[in-house]
Design a protein around this ligand. Structure first.
Ligand code: GLN
Length: 481
């Protein structure tokens, strides 16, 4: 029975529950037990019992949902991977989580992440690193590493993550699952603990493209509590396309050429996926995003600048940790922040504060914003020639724990192919496209703003043709390998 339950995608489990063929409470308990026995450190909190089942016929049918620790969940620890928010239990729930539970999902647990979503390996969590279920000596990617590992290992049927510069797509790639970063504004940011507000987006991490569409359908929509959110212009459809006739795929030289440091095994899987796409009727074109090589530099100014402002609120007064003793106020602030934040968060606060300081603002922040505009213009221009951009999601497969911890620039290079889309605010999806030395490789597809339906359709067609087998990770799920 349990092997069969594990094989069911979220969409098919929901359908089976609604058809009366599967007991929703039994399924919840199945995953709850698996999550509670987590050996990957994917969860920071697991529900002790099942929340009440939703009314019969609810679209998400009481399915368990793993939620990144970055989302506020009322009364439940929401720590964003940081010591400064240790055991912080917010009085309210993030809009996307509330929408999903309104649609019938049930909170299974909160997942581990890099502190305040700053990182690409989940090693920046105050709650310890997450292990990759494909190889426990390796990282699952980050910052949504706990969500990715939980889904890949079958500790949850699906999960929520957030993506500021790649944090859904890169861990999805490293863990052999699907991750969608929606158009900026498609999902409300209300109740998401802020990192870089002009970039942060919530999105699904799932086993397949259909599940990503289903979860996204119940997340998207305008929210009066987030003035940057927008109504999705059409109904989010479940994908059904099986061919790519007439679809033009663009391969940008700037992201796939020598500058990106793409590993040979990643390139081989990527080329094979493009061959499959051609076999489905797509045409593949070389194209250019002239400013994309500067995306990483611009991102690592803009994101820390916004973070330095957003993280000013953690002062020991309003939330979480306070290190006071007999100190005066200023000393209490600095002691709290010195002890509450980890090294990477401090690095970003210092970089961001510097980039925004008078005298340097124009040289750094304003320049980065101009580069950002150019990057968005590049995408607009290229989408008059091709329908989607395709790249490897990350230049490498999952690396070993500790391999890049002492070299921030090497760590930042992971985001080379994902950051341009974040700066442009456009949707992008990562799907598994093969293995390199036994480790999953991700294929990224990106499209114009609000093209999620078409993007999911194209990804689905390629997914069907590739027939990727995710079972090795699930086989080692909750047990020692
Ligand atoms: N790895 C990138 C960073 O460290 C992106 C993180 C994210 O998308 N939240 O900023």
């Amino acid at each position: 029975m349990s092997a069969e339950l594990l094989k069911l995608s979220a969409a098919s489990a929901a359908a089976a529950i609604r058809a009366g063929e599967l007991d929703g409470d039994e399924l919840f308990e199945f995953y709850r037990a698996r999550a509670a026995a987590d050996e990957l450190n994917a969860f920071t909190w697991v529900s002790e019992d099942a929340p009440a089942a939703p009314p019969a016929g609810a679209p998400l049918a009481g399915l368990p949902l793993a939620v990144k620790d970055l989302f506020c969940t009322a009364g439940v620890p929401s720590q964003a991977g940081s010591k400064i928010l240790e055991d912080y239990r917010p009085p309210y729930t993030a809009t996307v989580v509330a929408r999903l539970t309104d649609a019938g999902a049930r909170l299974l647990g909160k997942t581990n992440q890099d502190e305040f979503a700053m990182g690409s390996s989940n090693e920046n969590s105050a709650y310890g690193p997450v292990l990759n279920p494909w190889d426990r000596r390796r990282v699952p990617g980050g910052s949504s590493g706990g969500s990715a590992a939980a889904v890949a290992a079958g500790l949850a049927p699906w999960a929520l993550g957030t993506d500021t510069g790649g944090s859904i797509r890169q861990p999805a790639a490293f863990s052999g699952i699907v991750g969608l970063k929606p158009t900026y504004g498609a999902c409300s940011r209300y109740g998401m603990i802020a990192f870089a507000s002009s970039l942060d987006q919530a999105g699904p991490l799932t086993r397949d493209v259909t599940d990503a569409a289903l979860l996204f359908r119940h997340m998207a929509g305008q929210d009066a509590n987030d003035s940057t959110s927008l109504a999705f212009p059409e109904e989010v459809r479940l994908p059904s396309r099986v061919d790519l006739t007439g679809v033009r795929l663009g391969v940008p030289e700037e992201l796939t050429g020598a500058g990106g440091g793409i590993e040979a095994g990643v390139r081989a899987s990527f080329d094979e996926a493009l061959e499959r796409a051609r076999g489905l009727g797509a045409s593949v074109h070389a194209c250019s995003l002239p400013h994309a090589p500067h995306a990483l530099s611009a991102y690592y100014i803009i994101a820390p600048a916004e973070a330095s402002a957003n993280l000013a609120r953690y002062d020991g007064v309003r939330y979480g940790l306070r290190v006071a003793g007999d100190a005066d106020l200023a000393t209490m602030y600095s002691r709290t922040r010195a002890q509450g934040f980890g090294a990477e968060v401090k690095r970003r606060i210092m970089l961001g504060t510097y980039a925004l300081s008078s005298g340097y603002y124009d040289a750094y922040y304003a320049t980065a914003q101009r580069v950002r505009t150019r990057i968005a213009e590049d995408f607009r221009a290229v989408f008059t020639e091709v329908d989607f951009i395709v790249t490897p999601t990350a230049p490498t497969t999952a690396f070993e724990l500790g391999a890049k911890s002492s070299d921030p620039l090497a760590m930042y290079m992971n985001d080379f192919c994902t950051v341009p889309m974040s700066l442009a605010g456009i949707p992008a999806i990562s799907i598994p496209c093969g293995l390199s030395d036994g480790l999953p490789v991700g294929l990224q597809l990106a499209g114009p703003a609000f093209s999620e339906n078409a993007l999911l359709d194209a990804a689905y067609a390629i997914e069907q043709a590739l027939g990727f087998d995710p079972s090795p990770a699930r086989a080692t799920g909750g047990r020692a390998s």
